[in-house]
Design a protein around this ligand. Sequence first.
Ligand code: SAM
Ligand code: DTB
Ligand code: SF4
Length: 332
Amino acid sequence: MNAPARFSDPALPRHDWTLQEVEALFELPFTELVFRAAEVHRRWFDPAEVQMSQLLSVKTGGCAEDCGYCSQSAHFDTGLKAGRLMEADLVVAEAARAKASGAQRFCMGAAWRELKDRDLPKLEAMISGVKALGLETCATLGMLTPPQARALKAAGLDYYNHNLDTGPEYYGTVVSTRTYDDRLKTLAAVRAEGISVCCGGIVGMGEGRADRAGLLHALATLPEHPDSLPVNALVPVEGTPLGDKVSAEGRIDGIEFVRTIAVARLVCPKAVVRLSAGRETMSRELQALCFLAGANSIFVGERLLTTPNPEMASDERLFADLGLRPMGSGAA
Ligand code: SAM
Ligand code: DTB
Ligand code: SF4
């Protein structure tokens, strides 16, 4: 017989989390929550190591979806200039620069509702070219069909990013052009083809703690936990409904952000938890707390997809001051 959950090892992955259990973690005293998360983090990872990914927007703007946070939706006037899908050789040249500056994974993002078969050959060329540089490959291209997922895997795709973004109840407030179920279908197609899953969400969109718990509950009860779990803090973009709302009402409280990271670490103990968008306006101390609470991945480079990210030199100083090093760098 399995031991009741409260007696079992807290570092072992579980898929039977209840929403109430996830909510109860959020309610723990802050230092207790961070301590527990730090303990679990050490069971699976070296806490001095941080994985580094670099993003490139390979197709910018003009997206058919109406995600209320996004600079790239054609539904909002954000002043962003839409572009065409980049040529593969230019993408591979950018990836080579990313590798030279220390990135281990290169993530190609496209502002699409779904991948169209006509664009597959270019994507395949990009993925195989980036892979040939010795980088891990990641793509985020919207919804995929199972045959498309198979083709991307065959081209050398290691990770696919497809976020659930928030709890199921708040989802309809954030986006109306697709459903939670649409997202789950693509995640299942990606998994079925043996591609690693990168799936997380955004906090600070005006959602409540119950929605943050709802997101983490949804991730923790997937048939397999995400391999990468990005926690983005909303980057408010002028002209988007949620960006304008957050600019008026204020950003997410830093302590609550750290709580979200810690709960992510506890409910998906083996996932690489990524401190993702929003670092540009976070203090060094807040980022340090995120690393203590179990974050062990960041995006590097001065741009995310369309918004700014800290300069490489300031991240290098932060790593040096905190005694952190890139994952897999071999240093002791
Ligand atoms: N179109 C694809 C999709 O939506 O899956 C891929 C690109 S989309 C920009 C990837 C993710 O970026 C979104 O799921 C969302 O979590 C994050 N994101 C987009 N805009 C953001 C913002 N302003 N602040 C924080 N995260 C954001
Ligand atoms: C993820 O969760 N965060 C990244 C990546 N996956 C694709 C994207 C962040 C985008 C932030 C807004 C922008 O730069 O446009
Ligand atoms: Fe399009 Fe992705 Fe932006 Fe939504 S988040 S509008 S799907 S690019």
